[in-house]
Design a protein around this ligand. Structure first.
Ligand SMILES: Nc1ncnc2c1ncn2[C@@H]1O[C@H](COP(=O)(O)OP(=O)(O)O)[C@@H](O)[C@H]1O
Ligand SMILES: [Mg+2]
Length: 254
């Protein structure tokens, strides 16, 4: 399955994707995480070192360019890459979780990273997965990717919301855009949810209950500040991530 995550800036997208990646790997599936944030943080969340050694996906263009119609039989023509075939230079691995970074650079003038997004779109729509492989896409705050249809190739979108009016509003806006871009499954995930009142606020504002709700975790906060991977910091958070994985796995079969 290919799952993307969205939500207002700072609501916990990278944290939740990191936790989900680790649980997915623990369940015996192969995981490829794609960090498409222009200022990537996933490496730190997962404890991946040497992130500077990685070649950004944006430079994969040549490999993914559709050259249909040219000489038959060349391995480079019309390729639909499998995860196992992706060149290792684009990937780092930590305890069985593979990580790629998009490497989109926003220009000082605020110009868009369109070429990078095109490469990401190609990769997402063409990457062939076997049933034991999962691709998780971490994104920047905005709804940019949705607007350009970059993530049209995903099977599902998680929208992270915290119990605040602004987050709910953004969440609903993202859902609308996601529906318009044809993403087949869209689910809300609560974060920093302290009690039943928070849960009710989210359910009321969203018109549905989030798939799961993550609590506010002091251990995660401390791990992040200490530059430690957040994936081993808090058993309770890992438990919710496991529930999220179970829920997603079930819903993906429908
Ligand atoms: N459930 C949580 N409990 C405590 N801190 C959290 C939680 N979720 C996220 N954080 C912290 O909030 C900050 C923003 O989270 P992050 O996952 O980077 O958000 P985003 O990717 O949406 O911008 C980070 O410092 C992270 O450690
Ligand atoms: Mg992030």
């Amino acid at each position: 399955m290919k799952i993307a995550i969205s939500g207002k800036g700072g609501v916990g997208k990278t944290t939740i994707m990191g936790l989900l990646a680790r649980q997915t790997q623990k369940s015996g599936r192969e995981v490829l995480v794609i960090d498409a944030d222009p200022s990537p943080h996933m490496a730190q969340a997962l404890g991946v070192e040497n992130i500077g050694d990685i070649t950004p996906i944006a430079e994969m263009k040549k490999m993914l360019t559709d050259r249909s119609g040219k000489v038959e039989g060349s391995p480079f023509y019309n390729i639909n890459p499998k995860v196992d075939d992706l060149p290792a230079q684009y990937m780092l691995e930590k305890d069985g979780v593979k990580l790629m970074v998009l490497g989109a650079i926003q220009t000082a003038e605020g110009g868009c990273a369109c070429p990078e997004n095109t490469v990401l779109k190609r990769l997402l729509t063409r990457l062939l997965l076997n049933p034991t492989q999962t691709v998780l896409l971490d994104m920047e705050a905005g709804v940019e990717h949705l607007g350009r249809g970059t993530i049209a190739g995903v099977d599902g979108l998680l929208i992270v919301v915290i119990p605040a009016m602004s987050s709910v509003r953004t969440g609903l806006k993202i859902r609308k855009l996601a529906r318009e871009s044809g993403i087949p499954r869209i689910y809300f995930v609560g974060n920093l949810v302290a009690d039943e009142e928070d849960e009710l606020f989210l359910a009321d504002g969203l018109g549905e209950r989030p798939l799961v709700c993550f609590p506010d975790s002091n251990r995660i906060r401390k791990a992040e500040r200490a530059g430690m991977p957040i994936t081993e910091a808090d058993e309770a958070m890992n438990g919710v991530a496991a529930q999220l994985l179970a829920g997603l796995t079930e819903l993906m079969q429908k």
